[in-house]
Design a protein around this ligand. Sequence first.
Ligand code: ZN
Ligand code: ZN
Length: 406
Amino acid sequence: MCGDENEIRYALRQVLCSHIKREQLWITSKLKLQPTSCFGPQGGPGSDTEWAQTLGKALIVSFERWWSNVKALLFQKPGHASIATIPEPSVTQGDILLKVRMVGFCGSDLNSFRGLNPLVSYPRIPGHEVSATVVQSDGGDESLAVGVDVALCPYTSCGKCASCRRGRPNACQFNQTLGVQRDGALTEFIVMPREKLYPAELTLKELCLVEPLTVGFHAVARGRVTADDTVAILGCGGVGLGAVAASSAWGARTICIDVDDKKLELARLAGGTHTINSLREPLHDRLVEMTEGCGPDVMIEAIGSPATFRAAVEEVSFTGRVVYIGYAKEPVSYETRLFVQKELDVLGSRNAQPEDFRAVIGLLEARKFPVDQAVSLVIPLEEAPNALRSWSENPSRFKKILVSLD
Ligand SMILES: [Zn+2]
Ligand SMILES: [Zn+2]
């Protein structure tokens, strides 16, 4: 077969574009064949064009047979994960169809897998840290054209509760997070409202890190951190690491506290100026030493244990700010006199606001975050059930696992 390559491309595109099915749209975007009305030269019987059209039709038959359902990772019940097939999502007016490219796992996914997240019911598809590519859009917004890569905000907001009315939809009373109260993104295609999407010039790995980093960025915003502050962060896992990166991005002196030297090393790469291993070093003495006896201006708690909840108010300076991101799983008793005596601002921080997403994307676009060091493993979807099992058996073995759906 020889002939005009362009003619063949045009003919293939014509056939593919005449079938507005998500698989073909994905393939056309991957082949950089824009689904527009600009079709190429036509040919008669026996021409290259006819040959290409026949090939295109044959491809479509195959696609329809293979992809009438889509693959997904499913938690059937606690401790049980497998690959399942689910119906294709349907696109409603104004929503955007996305091909999911890569999804990150975090501690909350591990909790869901283990049956330790009270908000999760089963069966449930996990996945809320997502990089995806637009495959169908209503064309209203150039920044979300077919082929654009995006990160996404996995929370819903009702628009009516007190938080929503105050412009803080991140703390919506009726929030439903992807993969928690509703099915998540660990499937080949998802449909999302356009306002939840953040297009960015980032790699798939970087896009997956956007959402987990926003949680720490939001905590730093809640603490009103400035370049004049000394900020101490209790816990340098995924969430704490975002707080370290944000605090250092705003120019604050950033003290990173953890019991794991590897996490502390990574925290330094993310911008931490000082580290304390609280297993080996006396936390109080070290903080006093580093702050000329005053204590840090801002303490951010990103663990969720009673001891660190208390340490935050005990170690913070007078008139300082305490920000809690960690979820305590049991009641915590306090010396409440410290709240009054120090005249503290004690703040909760939940999820993230659109400006936190934009700030994280800015940081990643400036290549100011140690992306490769923060990710332990990239695996295909088929290996996700096994990876979850080995992570559950040995939680300290992995920092961040990413699942590729390409
Ligand atoms: Zn997460
Ligand atoms: Zn609400």
